[in-house]
Design a protein around this ligand. Structure first.
Ligand code: PA5
Length: 479
């Protein structure tokens, strides 16, 4: 049987579509919206960003652009390892945080049964799946309460091998495994890390752990399409080759130099121009529970990549857009009031799905109450689409910038496209803002203070700085 992602017609039928009508002045008015002329007036900024991304792709921290093409051997190893894991274990636990956790969670939510862990094994056909991305002691205890160590594989994921949260989890889990399983402990841990740098690779070698590598040019938040995301996905039975094919397909589309033909470049341009107009909030609102955690993943990608104090020339810019996740229709009853009537400071991205994986009919009933009975005979599919269309319409009438990305279905091919689209959009936006998209100096301060508070060697100065920090005043507290 031919693979569907090798079939041109099928791929075209699964191509993501972007509707940007409601970003245009024609629909939301000239004060809020944009004209094609305005976009053309920024052509040199767009061209520069486009050219820099093409020039840098595959190099330094843009190694992620090549992941759809250069991993055949890695993919084969991932699939072989996943097969063994699926055969021999009932629980698969990712230990990681930030870019080492959000991608695996997002893809799991999108491509597995929404209640995967609750399904009987015969229907699940993959281990139960957990991602531990915090150091809340109650959560660690809760995990240990539900797993069976002998039947569990832990995938510890950290590129730097220095992340305190992940390494703390590793220490706890390895200790527990050694106590319970003795010499067999190492067979229950797979490390995903840098091949050359950091502590985890050293530990992995000492302990004899199975290891996958995160390429040097792939930063945490751009790492879902390398073993960070591929191994958990393959363990869950997701077709990772199809996901990579989707990414490659979108990559081709996003290489088009014409801004109105290139969704990533166009979205980056809209967001860039919107930021210039003071629209400092980017709302990501999928109309599908399966895509809920894609919004979380996007929030990290957009926030950590674009939220920067300095530009490349060293000038203070304090740029970025605050990403907000919302779920359609759930958050229509929570946030949409603000989006429609509050400050004009947001751009909303709706994610729409043409064809949900199931159709659910709404039963007839309550015939003597027309306000309820009108729902009967429709499907939930019609209801969710109507609510999305209606919310989009109401926001547009209220002159709120919004656009919609349509997924024909939710499958590995469309999810691969969506991830790559947002990564490319981020890369283009970073070049327009003239910042380093790939670093995160702003999180260092907190990390170093944590090291000092916990007595890490080499942080005496920081410890002293903290000891001399202004003392909190009791009169500023309500106790
Ligand atoms: O995007 C990033 O680089 C970060 O968010 C990292 O993913 C996060 O800090 C975890 O880092 P590491 O993989 O080194 O543990």
């Amino acid at each position: 049987m031919g693979l569907r992602y090798n079939n041109r017609k099928w791929k075209e039928s699964m191509r993501l579509r972007l509707d940007y009508n409601n970003m245009m002045a024609e629909f939301v008015g000239t004060k809020e919206g944009f004209t094609k002329k305005q976009i053309r007036e920024n052509q040199s900024i767009i061209d520069t960003a486009y050219n820099l991304v093409q020039l840098r792709r595959g190099r330094t921290m843009m190694g992620w652009t090549e992941l759809p093409y250069n991993q055949e051997e890695v993919v084969a190893d991932v699939i072989a390892t996943a097969k063994e894991v699926r055969k021999n274990c009932d629980y698969f636990v990712v230990l990681g945080i930030g870019g080492s956790a959000l991608g695996p969670m997002a893809v799991f939510q999108a491509l597995c049964h929404i209640h995967h862990n609750e399904l009987p094994k015969s229907k699940r056909r993959a281990p139960k799946f957990y991602v531990e991305d915090n150091v809340d002691p109650e959560r660690m205890q809760a995990l240990l309460d539900v797993i069976v160590p002998e039947r569990t594989i832990f995938n510890v994921v950290t590129k730097s091998g220095a992340t305190s949260e992940t390494m703390a989890q590793y220490l706890i889990i390895m200790n527990m495994l050694k106590e319970k399983l003795g010499d067999e402990a190492a067979q229950h841990v797979i490390a995903t890390t840098s091949e050359t740098k950091g502590n985890l690779i050293k530990i992995a070698k000492e302990e004899g752990l199975k290891t996958f590598f995160i390429p040097d040019g792939v930063g945490g938040r751009f790492s879902e399409l390398c073993p960070v995301g591929l191994l958990p996905a393959a363990v869950l039975g997701i077709d990772i080759r199809e996901m990579l094919a989707g990414a490659a397909y979108m990559d081709k589309i996003c290489r088009n130099e014409k801004v109105f033909k290139n969704p990533a470049l166009l979205l980056a341009t809209f967001q860039y121009l919107a930021m210039k107009k003071g629209k400092n909030i980017s709302v990501m609102m999928p109309y599908a529970d399966g895509l809920k955690l894609i919004a979380d993943w996007y929030c990290q990608l957009w926030a950590e990549s674009l939220g920067k104090a300095n530009d490349n020339a060293g000038f203070k810019v304090h740029c970025g857009q605050t990403p907000v996740k919302a779920l359609g229709v759930t958050d229509q009853h929570s946030q949409v009031q603000l989006y429609t009537e509050g400050p004009f400071d947001k751009v909303t991205t709706f994610l729409a799905v043409d064809e949900y994986r199931t159709t659910f009919e709404i039963s007839n009933g309550c015939e003597n109450i027309p306000d309820v009975s009108f729902l009967g005979g429709h499907t939930m599919n019609e209801l969710i689409q109507a609510e999305r269309t209606a919310t989009e319409y109401a926001m547009t009438v209220a002159k709120r910038l919004n656009h919609t990305i349509y997924l024909p279905q939710i499958n590995p091919f469309t999810i691969g496209q969506l991830l790559f689209l947002f990564e490319m959009q981020t890369a283009y936006a970073g070049e327009m803002l003239k910042i380093n998209t790939y670093d995160q100096p702003g999180v260092e301060g907190g990390k170093q203070a944590t090291y000092a508070l916990l007595g890490k060697r080499g942080f005496d100065e920081k410890r002293e700085e903290l000891a001399n920090a202004p003392k909190k005043k009791v009169e500023n507290m309500i106790i």
